[in-house]
Design a protein around this ligand. Structure first.
Ligand code: 4HQ
Length: 252
């Protein structure tokens, strides 16, 4: 899979995408990430990429021509590349959108700065607008990195072969169960005994129960969407029954 990032700050991407799992995926040739400096497509003497907004108001707007040339240059290499603009006005990124994007072979990520891009750049060149959440960033760069990171780990071979993306949280719409490693006892808090039992079915049952509990308390909205098995529905019933007779008052 290929990612082309259109940005005024290409250096922002070097270290975050070179480390760890995404870095390894690049080394293995599973993904290719290229940064394209929009300024290189501003053909005037001073390579101007922004200007004041028509109608007045504060800030600067990114000019349409350099963006148009940059996107058309990428598209001349691959007409089927899919162009995404990162903006709080887009649909909110989630694991479902992430999966859909992971089936594409080439994404162009357009990162805006200042007050964003000229509306005509969106109308003419953008296929999809995505937000990573309801807060304001100084630019789309960090949002693009979030998308590249989350999409890359879904691609075959990116996570170790012993670890599939299908096992983790949000694939089944539940939060993860608690994890422990050595030491057994830390300041009087010990690891739940069942995890030392070697009884794999008991461990798996405990984990599903804890995942359900945690989801019920922290993200009950996820349970509505979760496709719970009959066994999980029964477990959830148990947990709810338990919380009714629990006098501690903390729910589960
Ligand atoms: N920005 N999700 C404004 C974001 C953002 C977000 C990117 C700030 C675009 C012009 N992008 N620029 N939230 O806050 O994606």
């Amino acid at each position: 899979m290929r990612f082309d990032i259109l940005t005024l700050f290409p250096h922002m991407f070097s270290s975050p995408l070179r480390e760890s799992i995404v870095g390894k995926a690049i080394e293995k040739g599973l993904i290719q990430i290229r940064t394209i400096n929009i300024r290189d497509f501003a053909f005037d003497k001073h390579q101007v990429v922004d200007d004041t907004p028509y109608g007045g108001g504060q800030g600067m707007v990114m000019k349409v021509e350099p963006i148009a040339r940059a996107i058309e240059w990428v598209k001349s290499q691959n007409p089927s590349a899919w162009t995404i603009y990162l903006t709080p006005q887009g649909k909110q990124f989630n694991q479902n959108i992430c999966q859909k994007l992971s089936s594409r072979s080439h994404l162009i990520l357009l990162c805006g700065r200042y007050e964003g891009v000229d509306e005509r750049a969106r109308e003419l060149f953008v296929d999809e607008e995505i937000s990573i959440g309801d807060y304001v960033l100084t630019g789309g760069e960090l949002a693009a990195m979030v998308i590249i990171d989350a999409v890359s780990r879904l691609l075959p071979g990116v996570l170790g072969s012993d670890r599939s993306a299908e096992e983790d949280s949000f694939f089944n719409s539940l939060l993860e169960y608690p994890q422990y490693t050595l030491p057994f006892d830390f300041r009087g808090r010990s690891v739940p005994e069942v995890l030392l039992s070697g009884n794999h079915s008991a461990i798996s049952l405990w984990r599903r129960r804890e995942a359900l509990k945690r989801t019920l308390v922290r993200r009950p909205d996820l349970l509505d969407k979760a496709n719970l098995s009959d066994e999980e529905k029964k477990l959830l019933d148990d947990i709810l029954q338990e919380s009714k007779t629990d006098k501690s008052g903390d729910g589960v």
